[in-house]
Design a protein around this ligand. Structure first.
Ligand SMILES: Cc1cc2nc3c(=O)[nH]c(=O)nc-3n(C[C@H](O)[C@H](O)[C@H](O)COP(=O)(O)OP(=O)(O)OC[C@H]3O[C@@H](n4cnc5c(N)ncnc54)[C@H](O)[C@@H]3O)c2cc1C
Length: 420
């Protein structure tokens, strides 16, 4: 049964019904981050309205093809999803733990190998299709009475009256709430309607993604090779199935999409230096131009931004949704504490606590990706010297390696309770 598209099965409300209540919180966007946010607040007893413009499919067929959009989830994200009760839904569907990461370079002979065993951990994380994470969260939302869902509506504008936020929907009246949370992705309408500026940097690169079958086993390892054009990665997904992330200059995007399957498979073999042998099958592929975005503010009175609505990052270290889930977990904690001490959820000083907690951390991760990218992207003399020294040395420096892996596995300090 598809809980989500069957009206009534999911605590659906109509726009007219939604107008009758003053909501504690309205979450706009039910992607992985918005759905986690709504569920966390619902579990804390908040009165939540979740607005999503597209129907979400919770049906599951084990034979279904691997999706193009995949995320590598950290331990902190696993904990958040477990604590929200959504992890079982992921386990019931499809996911893959990876136990090692292997990084090597086109220019130098150096290689770095990180393994879960060295860290005393069962694995280094999980690769999961985005649609699986979203479906597992929505399945829980369907069972949480505190959350009502409004699908298929268009946001027209935002306003503020009497210390409350108002959302105006196309063709309907207004919805009132103490707090609007924008979780509506990179092109967030909530962010634009709230006139929150954006710091943007175009990487002039694209990521080509999709799942492929390889001749050799991936050995439950994520493989990343640095090439002149950008990195290439295989993320372990299933038996001899890996998700690829192939970073190319933006002008090569159309070329990569226009290759025949056989040509594409050949190019992947070359990019990976045949590490997993030949690519024997390719599924649907997609390509995304890569842009770093950072909202100038995450909060305003009665409004907060989380996930891609607040920040996007170069995906090479697979941090985007992991940072978004940490935003959600931090904001849930801040709002629960405010409620327990009798404070108004929409109060600027309450929301600022969330912004101070998350914005600096997200900026550090965004910038560290750039440093790494800079080092490997070009072949100019100075960079080349630096790069030639880095991999062989990094592989021998166990404390450095362990620190890097600790960061990748758990995120930075000051984890929200839900992430522990
Ligand atoms: C190539 C690539 C690879 C990546 N790999 C990784 C990885 O390995 N690990 C990782 O952590 N991250 C990765 N990311 C980043 C990750 O995909 C994003 O950070 C994540 O999807 C953001 O989730 P979100 O819920 O914030 O936004 P979205 O996934 O964009 O969800 C937004 C939701 O809001 C809804 N919506 C939008 N506008 C409205 C509206 N006006 N009204 C109602 N609903 C609306 C949309 O329908 C959607 O459901 C990758 C990104 C790319 C491009």
């Amino acid at each position: 049964m598809n809980l989500v598209t069957e009206q009534g099965a999911l605590n659906h409300v109509t726009p007219e019904q939604a107008e009758q209540t003053v909501w504690g919180v309205v979450v706009v966007g039910g992607g992985m981050v918005g759905a986690a946010m709504a569920l966390g607040l619902g579990r804390q007893g908040f009165n939540v309205l979740l607005l999503e413009r597209e129907a979400v499919n919770t049906d599951w067929n084990p034979q279904q093809l691997y999706q193009t959009r995949v995320s590598a989830l950290t331990r902190a994200s696993e904990n958040i999803l477990r604590n929200l009760g959504a992890w079982q839904g992921i386990e019931r569907r499809r996911y893959h733990p990876f136990v090692a990461m292997h990084v090597w370079d086109e220019v130098t002979p150096g290689e770095v190998h990180f393994s879960a065993e060295d860290m005393g951990e069962p694995n280094l994380g999980y690769t999961v299709e985005n649609s699986v994470v979203q479906a597992a969260l929505w399945e829980q939302i369907a069972q949480c009475e505190q959350i009502k869902v409004l699908l298929d509506v268009k946001l027209e504008k935002l306003g503020r009256e009497n210390e409350q936020a108002c959302l105006f929907l196309e063709g309907y009246g207004k919805i009132r709430t103490n707090l609007v949370i924008g979780a509506d992705g990179a092109n967030s309408q909530v962010r634009q309607m709230a006139n929150i500026g954006l710091d943007i940097h175009e990487y002039e690169q694209c990521a080509v993604v999709g799942c492929v079958k390889t001749e050799l086993s991936h050995q439950d390892t994520c493989w990343q090779r640095y090439l002149k054009d950008g990195p290439f990665a295989y993320l372990a997904m299933g038996e001899n199935i890996s998700s690829i992330a192939w970073y190319l200059p933006i002008e090569k995007m159309q070329w990569a999409l226009s290759l025949s399957d056989a040509e594409f498979a050949e190019q992947l073999g070359i990019a990976s230096d045949w590490k997993l042998g030949r690519v024997v099958e390719v599924a649907e592929r997609a390509a995304f131009p890569l842009v770093r975005r950072h909202a100038e503010h995450y909060v305003k009175p009665n409004l907060a931004l989380i996930g891609d609505a607040a920040h996007t990052i170069h995906p090479q270290a697979g941090q985007g949704v992991n940072l978004g889930l940490l935003d959600a977990a931090a904001l849930i904690e801040v709002l629960a504490e405010a409620r327990d001490t009798g404070r108004d959820l929409g109060q600027f000083s309450v929301l600022r606590r969330y912004e101070r907690w998350r914005r600096g951390d997200n900026a550090i991760v965004q910038r560290s990706m750039e440093g790494f990218d800079w080092m490997f992207k070009q072949d100019a003399a100075l960079k080349s010297v630096f790069r030639k020294g880095f991999l062989p040395v990094a592989n021998r420096l166990t404390p450095v390696k362990n620190w890097l892996m600790g960061q990748a596995l758990n995120g930075r300090e000051a984890l929200p309770k839900l992430a522990k």
